[in-house]
Write a protein that binds this ligand. Sequence first.
Ligand code: PLP
Length: 369
Amino acid sequence: MHVPFVSLVETNREVKKQFLESVSQLLDSGSFILGPAVQQFEKQFAEYIGVKHCIGVSNGLDALTISLRCLNLKPGDEVIVPAHTYIATALAVIHAGAKPVFADVDESTFNLTTTEIEKHISSKTKAVIPVHLYGQPCDIESICSLADAKKLFVIEDNAQAQGAKFKNKKAGSFGHINATSFYPAKNLGAAGDAGAITTNNSDLAEAAMQLRNVGSLKKYAHGSVGYNARMDEIQALFLKEKLKHLDKWNAERRRIAALYQENLKHVEQIALPQEIANVESVFHLYVIKTDKRDKLQKFLSEKNIQTLIHYPIPNHLQQSLSFLGYAKNDFPVTEKLCSTILSFPMYAGVADEQVSYVCEMIQEFFESK
Ligand SMILES: Cc1ncc(COP(=O)(O)O)c(C=O)c1O
């Protein structure tokens, strides 16, 4: 049996008819960028997340960069980011003219904690970017309390946790200004690149709207040094349709995670994902840990099961970031995770038989060891 890591066929099928009809109308309208569909989607996504403002942009990296730019950081200002995250979190800080300062993550949740953040707060620290990695929110309430006490901005990186909750409030509604990505394979994925900023702060929202559109809110008047980071109508039309189904698809991911948990809980050589108290993960990825990671991945590949590693090289050891001066062993948890984590197939639409097959093969692998 073939089990792909991810397939968008099932979810896309649910929105295809409506989407194609709306694209046909779009072609007649000729309004392709920042038009009515973007405005409608922004309103709907803001309501969904539970914030006053949503600003649709071109992708998640731009959403992060613009969020940071809105805070008027100066060269030398420091922003604390997790060492274990997709590299875009750190790149955005550099693009915004500040310095990323890595902090190690918690081994069981893969996320930043207040203990780790506190170790890196200096007189230059201006902000922190908690990433809700793999779909599970950080303990965002404690992080916001710490940031409040230390007068730091909080920018949630919500690229992987659309719809996830902390104490019944959605991820992406806690920070001063927050960023998400609608990269196609995300829980809410576009038909190409797209992203969004969410905030309750009207001044920051206005600054973000200006920055995404070459620094302009009024045609040919440019108030800030902006970007071309606008959202296309075609992406907004697709996202509007998909947003209607997001809760159902997230519930399906949670059900699949429970299936993995049930089938694999007796396999001692694997550490399964742990949900912390007060959170509801949306399992963007289902990431396990095992010392036999590479052999397991090879075995599963031979059985036609596709798995991936998120992420194999720690950010502080990436060549592009070597100028920051980090070295091996600086973040032991992150480094250990990079050699032990493995992401199993996880998407709305994976069949129960496929999940059962993956679990059977994992059991077969460990029984033969
Ligand atoms: C945690 C995280 N932050 C930021 C991004 C950047 O998003 P994009 O690929 O849309 O630029 C991603 C997505 O890939 C991500 O997973």
